[in-house]
Ligand binder design. Structure first.
Ligand code: ADP
Length: 375
C-alpha cells in the first residue's frame, strides 16, 4: 500500500475545476479580446500591452506551417492560466504523485539529468473512475513543474470546417514547443483516440485523431534522439513537451494509441485513510460539531465514493444549517448559523450516492491488472 497521508492544506480541496472550454463554432477570427481580458484579470493594468506584445512574440516563433488564427484560438481557449493546483491539494494518490514527479516534474526542472537511459516518457495516461483526481493531478503537475498547461478535449480540437481540425492540432503542438516546458492535457482521451470514430459524421474527429497521432510521434522522435536541428530548436523545445491524458473509459482507446502511452497510471477510488484525510480537510475551515467517532463512521459509510462524491457530500451537508432556516437565511447573522452536524451528513447520504458501482469498479481493476501501473 503506497498511499499515505500527504499535506494538510485545507481549503484548496474545494477549488472548482475550471469550466469546460467551449470552442467557437465559427472559423476563428483574429480578435484577441478574450485572451487579453482573461490574462489581464487580476493583474496590473499596465501589463495589457505586455500581453499583446507577448502574443505577437509567441506567434512569431511558430514554424511556418502553423496557422496563426488557429494558434490564437488555442491561446484563447486552451491555455489555462491561474487558479493553480498543488500536490497538497490532492488527497492520497502518493504513488501517482511519485510517478508523475519522476516522469515529468523532475525531468522538466532538470533536463540535463534526464537523458539517455533516463529519457522520460513523452506520454502518460491516467485512468480510473470519474472524480478521482485525474484532472487535479494534471494541473498540479503543470504547477509544480512550472509548465504551460494546455487543457484540451476532443471537441476543442475538432472543427466542422474542412481542414480546421488539423490546423488546430498543429497549432497546439507548435505552441506547446514554443511555450515549453508544456503539458498537453487531454481530458477524456478516449473520445479523441477511440477505436470507434468512423463514418462520415465523425470525419472531423477522425482527422483530428490522425493529426494528433502524427504530431505526437514527431514530438517523441524529436525528443528521443534530441536530434533537433538548429531550426527546430529555435521553434521550441520538443524534449519538454508531454502529453498527459485522462480517461474514465480506458477500454475505448484503440490499441495502437494505447501502446503509445508507455506509462499508464491507475487512479483508484480513495482508500479508508484517504477518505478520512479528505473529509477532515473539507471540514477544517467549517463551523461543525462532528466528533472523531462521527468522522470515523462517515469514512466507513463512504466506502466506494470517489473524491468528487465525497466533496459533493460535504458540500451538500454544509448546506444543512442554511436549509433549516428557510427565508430567515436572508437576515440571520453569521454567528447565529448553527454548526454542521452529523445529522446533516446522514440526510445528504440519501441523495449523494457513489457514482461508480461495484461492477463498474471491477472493470477498472481488471483493466489496471492487464494494462496499468498501480499506486
Ligand atoms: P477526474 O479528472 O478524475 O474525473 P477531478 O480531478 O476533476 O476528477 O476531480 C473532481 C473534483 O473532485 C475535484 O475538483 C475535487 O473537488 C474532488 N476530488 C477528486 N479527487 C480528489 C482528491 N484525490 N483529493 C481532493 N479532492 C478530490
Amino acid at each position: 500500500d503506497r498511499m499515505s497521508i500527504s499535506g494538510a492544506n485545507g481549503s484548496n480541496a474545494l477549488r472548482r475545476k475550471p469550466p469546460p472550454v467551449k470552442r467557437r463554432e465559427t472559423p476563428p477570427s483574429s480578435d484577441q479580446e478574450s485572451w487579453e481580458q482573461r490574462s489581464s484579470e487580476g493583474e496590473a493594468e499596465d501589463e495589457d500591452e505586455g500581453d499583446d506584445h507577448d502574443i505577437t512574440k509567441i506567434l512569431s516563433k511558430l514554424p511556418k506551417g502553423v496557422d496563426l488564427q488557429s494558434a490564437r484560438q488555442i491561446l484563447n481557449d486552451i491555455v489555462v492560466r491561474g487558479d493553480e493546483v498543488y500536490w497538497d491539494d490532492i488527497a492520497g494518490l502518493d504513488g501517482a504523485k511519485n510517478s508523475l514527479k519522476e516522469a515529468v516534474v523532475y525531468p522538466f526542472l532538470r533536463p540535463d539529468l534526464f537523458s539517455g537511459l533516463r529519457e522520460p516518457a513523452r506520454g502518460m495516461l491516467l485512468f480510473g473512475p470519474p472524480g478521482t483526481g485525474k484532472t487535479m493531478l494534471a494541473r498540479s503537475v503543470a504547477t509544480e513543474s512550472k509548465s504551460t498547461f494546455f487543457s484540451v478535449s476532443s471537441s476543442s480540437l475538432t472543427s466542422k470546417w474542412h481542414g480546421e481540425s488539423e490546423k488546430l492540432v498543429r497549432a497546439l503542438f507548435g505552441l506547446a514547443k514554443v511555450l515549453a516546458p508544456s503539458i498537453i492535457f487531454v481530458d477524456e482521451i478516449d473520445s479523441l483516440l477511440s477505436a470507434r470514430s468512423s463514418g462520415s459524421e465523425h470525419e472531423a474527429s477522425r482527422r483530428s485523431k490522425t493529426e494528433f497521432l502524427i504530431q505526437w510521434s514527431d514530438l517523441q522522435r524529436a525528443a528521443a534522439g534530441r536530434e533537433q536541428s538548429a531550426r527546430d530548436k529555435k521553434e521550441g523545445d520538443a524534449s519538454r513537451v508531454l502529453v498527459l491524458a485522462a480517461t474514465n473509459m480506458p477500454w475505448d482507446i484503440d490499441e495502437a494509441a494505447r501502446r503509445r502511452f508507455v506509462r499508464r497510471q491507475y487512479i483508484p477510488l480513495p482508500e479508508h485513510h484517504v477518505r478520512e484525510q479528505q473529509l477532515r480537510k473539507l471540514l477544517s475551515h467549517q463551523h461543525h460539531e462532528l466528533s472523531a467517532e462521527d468522522i470515523e463512521v462517515l469514512v466507513h459509510v463512504t466506502e466506494g465514493f470517489s473524491g468528487s462524491d465525497i466533496t459533493a457530500l460535504a458540500k451538500d451537508a454544509a448546506m444543512g444549517p442554511l436549509r433549516n432556516l428557510g427565508e430567515a437565511l436572508l437576515y440571520t447573522p453569521m454567528d447565529q448559523i448553527r454548526p454542521i452536524k452529523f445529522q446533516d451528513f446522514e440526510a445528504s447520504l440519501y441523495s449523494i450516492r457513489p457514482s461508480v458501482s461495484p461492477d463498474g469498479l471491477r472493470r477498472y481493476e481488471d483493466w489496471a491488472r492487464e494494462f496499468g501501473e498501480r499506486g
